[in-house]
Design a protein around this ligand. Structure first.
Ligand code: MN
Length: 229
């Protein structure tokens, strides 16, 4: 039996709707600028450039949302509501035509961003970890398995701060759809069961402060709520 030198970190899991099982998270991948309106508001080219990717640490997950501490070292924390894809079957160089067969289920997530640190990193051509990889930076709703239901292309994706709508779009406004994202990401990494992919945010990202209540959702998926404390 293994004897650990220190106490090992705990498993990161997300509840699964309609069962007593939980989904064990392996890695978190994220897509940058996958809606034209968000690319525009970030001062980037809204045209169809190849998708680009970054990662968050898996223990940034806050399963089911709730109260989370306002992160340190930022004066410009922003919300990004995103469709989250949960991978159930791995693979390398997955063709688009079979990519959706690798999906276990879907959830609603928030890619919290320390925008001041991200923009500074962008200007200095530094990595994005300080802006994107902070603790509690990836709240995610319970996962709905595709065997139960799937969001439609026309599903509304929305986010409110203190009851006021900030982000509102439809999933078919994604520049790269889920099959294309899986296929392209799997060109760079062997995907494996347990991977989560945050698929990018629509326009309307805005700054949030301590005390704000953020609610978000996607038609057909569980809602997610977060309070910054
Ligand atoms: Mn994002």
């Amino acid at each position: 039996m293994t004897s650990y030198a220190i106490t090992p970190a705990s498993e990161v899991t997300v509840p699964v709707v309609g069962s007593n099982t939980v989904f064990p998270v392996r890695r978190i991948y994220c897509v940058g600028r996958n809606y034209a309106e968000h690319a525009r508001e970030m001062g980037a080219d809204p045209n169809r450039e190849p998708p680009f990717f970054f990662s968050k640490p898996r223990d940034a997950i806050v399963a089911g949302g709730g109260a989370i501490p306002f992160p340190p070292a930022t004066t410009n924390l922003q919300h990004e509501v995103e469709l989250v894809v949960a991978i159930g079957k791995g693979g390398l160089d997955i063709p688009e035509s079979s990519a959706l067969a690798h999906v276990y289920g879907y959830a609603t997530g928030i890619d919290f961003t320390r925008r001041d640190l991200q923009i500074l990193a962008r200007e200095k051509q530094h990595p994005w970890e300080l802006g994107k990889g902070m603790d509690n930076g990836a709240p995610v709703s319970p996962i709905i398995p595709v065997s139960i239901s799937m969001p439609t292309d026309s599903a509304l994706i929305w986010l409110k701060v203190n009851g006021e709508t900030r982000q509102s779009a439809h999933l078919d406004q994604m520049t790269w759809n889920v099959a294309e994202v899986i296929s392209r990401l799997s060109h760079f990494f062997a995907l494996a069961p347990g991977d989560l992919i945050f698929t990018g945010t629509p326009g309307g990202v805005s700054t949030v402060i301590r005390g704000d209540v953020i609610t978000c959702g996607i038609d057909g998926l569980p809602e997610l709520g977060v309070t910054l404390t």
